[in-house]
Design a binder for this molecule. Structure first.
Ligand SMILES: NC(=O)c1ccc[n+]([C@@H]2O[C@H](COP(=O)([O-])OP(=O)(O)OC[C@H]3O[C@@H](n4cnc5c(N)ncnc54)[C@H](O)[C@@H]3O)[C@@H](O)[C@H]2O)c1
Length: 256
């Protein structure tokens, strides 16, 4: 099951964010063949800097907003598959944290991730003659246990965890394996300042940051370890510099 990242083609949605950028740097230490970063942020200087880290890896940036219609995502993916021929891993990491923005939070954190995943299945699904693939979705500890003052954000992350667990169980049918990487509180601008739902806790960010956190580098190191461990259905918990595959207690089973 362990996966060597050497010579692999990786698409990283949100590879330039706080956690994303350090994880991209960590991935580049692994001699990938291609790292294709899709992000809403466009920062050519950072892409040049990334390219310098490991000249063996081709780093490409393509602007991408996960809220575009799925047909547009498929078109974009087609250009990538046409060029690279194969893609081994898709990392879905786009996220926003602002419980004043209900529709946008659901659209970016959940619908965008589901649509991007659905779009790549066109190219990977073994039922369509595809080769299969690996989906790595960024969830959150709030998907296990909500920060209840941000129920909209937490709800989207629970949805990501649940959706990804289904993908993992569908792997025998689709050929596509999946797992979540669920960071604990990591010091990025995302958690620095944010709105609670209906302002139930105006000091939610300050209160959260009084508790132990981790750096983006700590998170990134374990993020790439989880990718290399490559466990279908893995529920990776990355908190305060540690990495653990957690056990999800099963209270109910559809039986089908
Ligand atoms: N920082 C934490 O404590 C923490 C904890 C658990 C999970 N996470 C999750 O990790 C991921 C990265 O968060 P971060 O802390 O690095 O925050 P960040 O704000 O630095 O990064 C967010 C990333 O998402 C991208 N993004 C936002 N909207 C997008 C859109 N519409 N289309 C494409 N990309 C979009 C941004 O451009 C950026 O790359 C998010 O999914 C977040 O929910 C963060």
């Amino acid at each position: 099951m362990p996966l060597s990242l050497t010579n692999k083609n990786v698409i990283f949605v949100a590879g330039l964010g706080g956690i994303g950028l350090d994880t991209s740097k960590e991935l580049l230490k692994r001699d990938l063949k291609n790292l294709v970063i899709l992000d809403r942020i466009n920062n050519p200087a950072v892409i040049t800097e990334l390219q310098k880290i490991n000249p063996k890896v081709t780093v490409t940036f393509i602007p991408y907003d996960v809220t575009v219609p799925i047909a547009e995502t498929k078109k974009l993916l087609k250009t990538i598959f046409d060029k690279l021929k194969t893609v081994d891993i898709l990392i879905n990491g786009a996220g926003i944290l602002d419980d004043h923005k209900i529709e946008a939070t659901i659209a970016v954190n959940y619908t965008g991730l589901v649509n991007t995943t659905t779009a790549i299945l066109d190219f990977w699904d073994i039922r369509k003659g595809g080769p299969g693939g690996i989906i790595c979705n960024i969830g959150s500890v709030t998907g296990f246990n909500a920060i209840y003052q941000v129920p909209v954000y937490s709800g989207t992350k629970a949805a990501v965890v649940n959706f990804t667990s289904s993908l993992a169980k569908l792997a025998p049918i689709t050929g596509v394996t999946a797992y979540t990487v669920n960071p604990g509180i990591t010091r990025t601008t995302l958690v620095h300042k944010f709105n609670s739902w209906l302002d139930v806790e105006p000091k939610v960010a300050e209160k959260l940051l009084e508790h132990p956190t981790q750096t983006t580098q700590e998170c990134a190191t374990n993020f790439v370890k989880a990718i290399e461990l490559n466990k279908n259905g893995g529920l990776w918990f990355l908190d305060k510099g540690t990495l653990e595959d957690i056990e999800w207690k099963k209270y109910w089973d559809s039986g089908i």
